[in-house]
Design a binder for this molecule. Structure first.
Ligand code: CAA
Length: 257
């Protein structure tokens, strides 16, 4: 598949998706969101893909936000549509994908960029990362799920501080606040993401998909996460992967998924 704004390549079970508009600090315009939608959908339906690593071309920015130049002249209805369509096409898609995703963040992850990292299941930041939701400095608010996902990751008080001050966190602060799982040098960023992906690849993709669904259920309004967990737990039984996993344990060998 040929893309203009992203790169997508699958190697040894890992799909590497790179946002590739370095001159615009990888800002998310409509075309980039559409291409990401396509690449993530393809990766999530390909059985050989066991993990998605999302990153930015160039070390200066993961993504510096939604493309401000594209929405500067929007009216209320265009603005609402931008947020709704973006959330559906990209941010919700990624969060609810069956394939686990890791955001490998180097440099700026601002506005829609941090929102994209937060829609991934795991975040790793290199030591030059700067993360924030600066939207109120532009007279707008986060529109790609940032008000919701930031509060669930770092807590309401810290989310309120980050959003109202439009401040940026360093990699160390982001780790302290629980916004990223790991920090590392720029050279270690992709290898560290690959290390996590390699651990995931040993496990049942069916069980991982059900676990993602169950964890997400607990953060979905009106859904009882415990009930979803019970149903998903039950649905694992009698699947080939459950049979292989438990048989391998009893035969004292590694399961082959
Ligand atoms: N949208 C469009 N273009 C952007 C961009 C963005 N979010 N961020 C950077 N760029 C462009 C700049 O316009 C510039 O392009 P030109 O050379 O054509 O002028 C190029 O990328 C390089 O940027 P700078 O010259 O500004 O680089 P810098 O090193 O001086 O500053 C920065 C870096 C602090 C990240 C600065 O670019 C910046 O503040 N960017 C905007 C960050 C922001 O406010 N993001 C939130 C966007 S709103 C949003 O995301 C809403 C939502 O939730 C849906």
């Amino acid at each position: 598949m040929n893309y203009n704004n992203i790169l997508s390549e699958t190697k040894e079970g890992i799909c590497y998706i790179t946002i590739n508009r370095p001159k615009q600090l990888n800002a998310l315009n409509g075309d980039t969101i559409a291409e990401l939608n396509q690449a993530i959908t393809i990766a999530d339906t390909a059985t050989e893909v066991r993990c998605i690593i999302l990153t930015g071309a160039d070390t200066k920015a993961f993504v510096a936000g939604a493309d401000i130049k594209e929405f500067a002249a929007f009216d209320k209805s265009n603005g609402e549509n931008l947020a709704r369509k973006g959330q559906e096409l990209l941010f919700d898609l990624l969060e609810n994908a069956s394939t686990p995703s890791i955001a490998a963040v180097s440099g700026f992850a601002l506005g829609g960029g941090l929102e994209l990292a937060m829609a991934c299941h795991i975040r790793i930041a290199s030591d030059n990362a700067k993360m924030g939701l600066p939207e109120v400095s532009l007279g707008v608010i986060p529109g790609y799920g940032g008000t919701q996902r930031l509060a669930s990751l770092v807590g309401k008080g810290k989310a309120m501080e980050m959003i109202t001050t439009a401040g940026m966190l360093s990699a160390v602060e982001a780790k302290e606040w629980g916004l990223v799982n790991y920090i590392c040098t720029q050279e270690e960023l992709i290898p560290m993401a690959e290390k996590l992906a390699t651990k995931m690849k040993r496990n049942s993709p069916m069980a991982i998909a059900k676990a993602i669904k169950s964890v997400n259920a607990g953060f979905t309004d009106g859904v009882n996460g415990f009930n979803v967990e019970i149903t998903e737990f039950g649905s694992c039984f009698e699947t080939p992967e459950f049979i292989e996993g438990t048989t391998a344990f009893m035969e004292k060998r590694k399961a082959k998924f």
